[in-house]
Write a protein that binds this ligand. Structure first.
Ligand code: ADP
Ligand code: MG
Length: 668
């Protein structure tokens, strides 16, 4: 049975069971739901001459000559030459001397493994087989359980329950969405015999996971709407705010403001995502929410992902709220920090702007009514929850410049309502984007020097800070050196995350003041940095960034009436790369670009949550297909709308699988 303990499976002893326990795998079911993290497609042999450095591949080769042993750094290295009609490859194994007996001179075998192209072509620790291995699953390894052990354990587990895997989803759902039965899905997700079989299996399992997750989200939402927070009085707030602005709000801004006002008047806490392209005026809208809070004698907080951005918001907020704004960030003198914390606690700070430092448990609010989070996709679910706990059911507004489909937004942010600013303030010219071929690169930099003479400033973005042997791409340090020589009369400066906070600030201030012509930097400037006089954005190594990220980056220029330019340079010539870059030159519509990105790279890469360690998103990483997300979302709502045994069982299942992640919710 699926509930059977692991030790009931043939080949899993108490020792291995204990290792699995560490991964939260306690029974046969848990083990089967541990899907491979990746798959290696070894279903077709590659000619040796076409092997790509760093990639996994399978070759069909003849072993030439006998094996040789080396010793190096305490390791035994076994190596043998092999070849096909297109070229030679050296097969190498570390500390696997026994392999030698499998390798007979003149024999033809399949070797599958990772390719290194350095002083010839070699393959490291390849597996040797007499037939094509097909599609090979790769599991997240832990110490003591290697890939082989994973596969053996899962196969044995599958065999132990083979005919007794109960179907978890109602038959009507399986039919409606063309999903394969659970038993088949397990089999093909772990041991696929073809791409198609694998896709069917993953689709089925992703659908199930997503459906259960959405059920929890919907229940959570119902729970939130039942709760009582604070009913804000919004009368007169908008007029006062408008009177302080030196521009008129766009129609889109007005519409979103009224949506926010309506949320805030309601007793249930607001939980709204505000999406809008870079420069569409989200912050101006968010400040309105802070005005509502302060007009009702409550505190408002603005959480920013970087110190540079927090500074910038602080400057803007001071103009509206004067001395009642307080800034809190990690790098602050202790005396200032203590003072800020004191004012947050005694309530003399009406508006608080800060970085992650705000999340610290030493920061206690007097009466926090509204939280605005800027570029929220950089914060995780847990951090958001930590912030919410600082008030009594405060209203929450999340801003994001990355427009994503609603369902994906739900996965990333949990249950929320969405507002979109789909209109730029008037007079904004869209940024002109072009791809710069390598032979025009120097001309482009000379152009930048010439523009500098006319007080036009530039951002130059590199993917990395320091040169590195293993990654071949432009770095801030190397480019700085190069441009110092190439453009001796241009005032250059560096800005990146490894610099001291004070140094960063000083540089940023100097750039804003026009004392620096070109800033050579990393993506630290990606979010929100606003320098109206910077009109040129150069992006080196553009192939290393997602489309949405590139779009965000270029949003740093053209933020005034002056024309903005973006120049893209990239090192890899491939059809896909060319297509990606061309997409950027063709449109300035962030939503269109996000859709394209999603299509080309899938949501995993797109939202980049892997780096941010957001559990909920990680769980859904397999759910690549936006349509599937939408279907699952619809199915979840349908299930909750119908009463009956089937629904009750699915809700219970959802609670078992995701209830703990999303916090306790009332299940009745
Ligand atoms: P976002 O946060 O969406 O990137 P911001 O709110 O920072 O955009 O706005 C970018 C710039 O545009 C700011 O300098 C802001 O003062 C200005 N701005 C915002 N709304 C308007 C508007 N309706 N008309 C003119 N300028 C605006
Ligand atoms: Mg912004």
């Amino acid at each position: 049975m699926l509930d059977s303990p692991l030790t009931s499976v043939k080949g899993i002893g108490p020792k291995r069971a204990e290792l699995f326990e560490q991964l939260d795998v306690h029974c046969v079911r848990d083990l089967l739901y541990r899907l491979p993290r990746d798959y290696l497609d070894y279903s077709k042999a590659t000619p040796v001459s076409q092997l790509v450095d760093g990639k996994n591949a399978v070759v069909q080769v003849r072993i030439c000559g006998s094996t040789r042993f080396f010793r190096s750094k305490g390791m035994t290295i076994l190596s043998v030459s092999a070849q096909d009609e297109t070229g030679k490859v050296t097969l190498k194994w570390f500390n696997q001397p026994y392999r030698s007996s499998q390798l007979k001179d003149g024999e033809i075998v399949f070797a599958s493994g990772r390719v290194i192209r350095k002083n010839g072509i070699s393959m490291i620790n390849p597996s040797i087989s007499q037939a094509l291995p097909g599609i090979v699953p790769v599991y997240a390894t832990i110490k003591g359980v290697n890939q082989r052990a994973w596969r053996d354990s899962i196969l044995a587990a599958l065999e132990s329950v083979w005919d007794q895997i109960p179907e978890s989803l109602p038959r009507t759902l399986l039919e409606q969405y063309s999903l394969v039965p659970l038993a088949l899905a397990f089999r093909h997700a772990h041991f696929p015999f073809s791409r198609e079989a694998l896709e069917m299996a993953r689709k089925r399992l992703d659908f199930e996971n997503t459906l259960l997750y959405f059920i929890i989200l919907e229940l959570q939402k119902a729970e939130r709407l039942r709760q009582n927070g604070f009913s804000f009085d919004t009368s007169g707030v908008l007029d006062k705010y408008i009177a302080r602005l030196n521009f008129s709000l766009t129609n889109a801004q007005m519409r979103v403001i009224s949506e926010i006002a309506e949320d805030m008047r309601k007793p249930s806490p607001m939980n709204r995502l505000l999406q809008g392209d870079v420069g569409s005026g989200k912050t101006a809208v968010a400040i309105y929410a802070l005005c509502v809070a302060t007009a009702n004698g409550k505190q408002g907080a603005l959480l920013a992902p970087t110190e540079i951005l927090a500074e910038q918001h602080y400057g803007n907020l001071k103009e509206i709220f004067g001395d009642s704004v307080v800034l809190l960030k990690g790098s602050m003198k202790k005396s200032l920090r203590d003072e800020a914390i004191r004012r947050i606690e005694d309530g003399s700070a009406l508006v608080v702007v800060g970085t992650h430092a705000l999340l610290s448990s030493v920061v206690r609010f007097y009466d926090l009514g509204c939280i605005v989070t800027d570029e929220q996709h950089r914060f995780g679910v847990r951090q958001r929850a930590a912030m919410l706990e600082k008030g009594l059911r405060p209203d929450m507004l999340v801003m994001s410049a990355t427009p994503i489909p609603r369902t994906l937004a739900l996965i990333l942010y949990g249950d929320l309502d969405i507002s979109v600013i789909d209109e730029l303030p008037p007079g904004r010219k869209s940024v002109k984007t072009s791809v710069i071929p390598t032979n025009k690169r120097e001309d482009m930099y000379h152009y930048i020097a010439k523009q500098a003479q006319e007080d036009v400033q530039s951002f130059i973005v590199c993917p990395i800070i320091e040169e590195s042997e293993s990654i071949d791409c432009p770095s801030v340090n190397a480019l700085y050196k190069e441009l110092k020589e190439l453009l001796p009369n241009t005032r250059l400066a560096k800005l990146h995350g490894q610099m001291k906070e004070q140094e960063k600030e000083k540089t940023m201030r100097a750039f804003r003041a026009g004392e620096i012509d070109a800033l050579i930097t990393t993506t630290v400037i990606e979010v929100g940095v606003h320098v109206p006089n910077a009109c040129i954005m150069v992006i080196e190594g553009a192939e290393r960034f997602g489309l949405s990220q590139l779009h965000q980056l270029r949003g740093r220029v053209g933020r005034s009436a002056k024309q903005g330019y973006c120049f893209l340079l990239y090192g890899v010539e491939s059809d896909q790369e060319n297509e990606r870059m061309l997409a950027l030159t063709k449109t300035n519509d962030g939503f269109e670009i996000a859709q394209k990105d999603l299509l080309l790279r899938g949501p995993g890469d797109f939202i980049g949550t892997r780096q941010h360690g957001d559990d909920s998103a990680g769980l859904m990483m397999g759910a690549m297909d936006t349509r599937l997300l939408e279907q699952a979302s619809r199915a979840a709502r349908e299930i909750l709308d119908t009463s009956g045994e089937e629904s009750a069982r699915l809700i219970e299942l959802a609670g078992e699988r995701y209830g703990s992640i999303l916090g306790d919710i009332a299940m009745n």
